[in-house]
Design a protein around this ligand. Structure first.
Ligand SMILES: NC(=O)c1ccc[n+]([C@@H]2O[C@H](COP(=O)([O-])OP(=O)(O)OC[C@H]3O[C@@H](n4cnc5c(N)ncnc54)[C@H](O)[C@@H]3O)[C@@H](O)[C@H]2O)c1
Ligand SMILES: *[C@@H]1O[C@H](CO)[C@@H](O)[C@H](O)[C@H]1NC(C)=O
Ligand SMILES: *[C@@H]1O[C@H](CO)[C@@H](O)[C@H](O)[C@H]1NC(C)=O
Length: 328
């Protein structure tokens, strides 16, 4: 009998614990329900706010006096970005692996008068040591970079089994890993001043998979992934965070990067001009967009495609056939 007593007591404690767990579960459920209710009330407000901003958009912030570092300024979109940011009064720092074409871009800016001087630096952005050393030089000669545009990229284009291992590594190094070295170099001063903006080039190939571009698509999807994650880290790390991030996902642009485009509706879905793309990037950055597609309607079209049954989404892809043929 006396042996039973402690046993009974333990049993009671277990009962009480079980009851506690049940009570806590009910409390948590109530909490979730009330927070969801509050969320839906706020959702109505956010929708109204969105609609209001569509009608009366916030004015773009000025880039005058900002120091903007752009990678890949020797050609294509990077070159147009350098010219357009400089024309808006920003001090442009252009990096490229190609010294000559980069200096051409910067010289054109220097000679076009009435603009801040621009600076060219030769750097292979896949080389972390070189990125950090060149960043040091930029800090000494020009100052703290306040806008970083990760633009340089490469796009070898052929079936996966014809990509060499070396090529696959280089695609990931230029299109993805290099962004980390540049962020390592320039995010700390942005954090110190709680002021800055990082723009990274993804692509429509970072939203949709394309043949001949398996490693490229992997690199461009990854860019959107790290940008979204970094955004969360900055947002949760500092409630007063003022560092902005923007990912850009353009359709094919007429820079020569897409060597053999194959487009069914050639007129309606013509290649974009690098100048227009640069203008849209400036607009997205200065109006603090988180992620844009170019043209903008592709964002909705992609989202729509994702909601469809798989075969319908493949049908949609075939209907708007646009891809790049092998460059081999
Ligand atoms: N052109 C398109 O159709 C298109 C579409 C979507 C996204 N994008 C992306 O836009 C960005 C710019 O593309 P683009 O068409 O202007 O390219 P581009 O080939 O015209 O110019 C790229 C520049 O980057 C430089 N570069 C390449 N590797 C480098 C390295 N390791 N270090 C430093 N500089 C390097 C090149 O020398 C060149 O000047 C890329 O990230 C590209 O993936 C392009
Ligand atoms: C552009 O001007 C800056 C500032 O005067 C100078 O340092 C740089 O060498 C010039 N670059 C080119 C390519 O002309
Ligand atoms: C999708 O299409 C393929 C090829 O036409 C067919 O074999 C398959 O059964 C379809 N899948 C579904 C889920 O309908």
């Amino acid at each position: 009998m006396s042996l039973n007593k402690p046993h009974l007591k333990v049993h009671n404690v277990q009962d009480v614990q079980k009851e506690n767990v049940q009570n806590m579960a009910i409390l948590e459920t109530l909490q979730i329900l009330s927070e969801l209710l509050w969320f839906f009330i706020k959702l109505i407000y956010y929708w109204a706010e969105c609609l209001y901003l569509k009608i009366c958009p916030l004015p773009p912030v000025s880039v005058e006096g900002e120091i903007v570092l752009i990678t890949g300024t020797g050609h294509g979109i990077g070159r147009e970005l350098a010219k357009i940011y400089s024309s808006k009064g920003a001090t442009v720092v252009g990096w490229d692996i190609n010294k000559q074409t980069n200096e051409e871009t910067i010289k054109e800016i220097n000679e076009s008068g009435g603009r801040p001087k621009a600076y060219s630096f030769q750097c292979d952005i896949t080389d972390r040591e070189s990125v950090l050393a060149t960043a040091k030089e930029v800090r000494a000669r020009v100052g703290d970079v306040t806008i970083l545009i990760n633009n340089a990229g490469i796009m070898p284009c052929h079936p996966l089994d014809q990509h060499t291992p070396n090529e696959i590594e280089t695609i990931i190094k230029v299109n993805l890993l290099a962004h980390f070295w540049l962020i390592e170099a320039f995010l700390p001063s942005m954090k110190r001043n709680n002021h800055g903006h990082i723009v990274s080039m993804s692509s429509m190939a970072g939203m949709i998979g394309f043949p001949n571009l398996v490693p490229y698509c992997a690199s461009k999807y990854a860019v959107r992934g790290y940008m979204e994650a970094l955004h969360e880290e900055l947002r949760l790390g500092n409630p007063n965070n003022k560092i902005e991030l923007t990912s850009i996902c353009p359709y094919m642009v007429d820079t020569g990067l897409c060597k053999r485009p194959k487009i069914k509706f050639e007129r309606l879905m013509a290649l974009l001009s690098p100048k227009d793309v640069a203008e849209q990037i400036l607009k997205a950055q200065t109006t603090r967009q988180k992620e844009i597609t170019l043209p903008g309607y592709l964002a909705s079209l992609t989202l729509f495609g994702r909601m469809l049954p798989n075969n319908a989404s493949l049908d949609l892809k075939d209907t708007f056939e646009a891809f790049v043929e092998s460059d081999l």
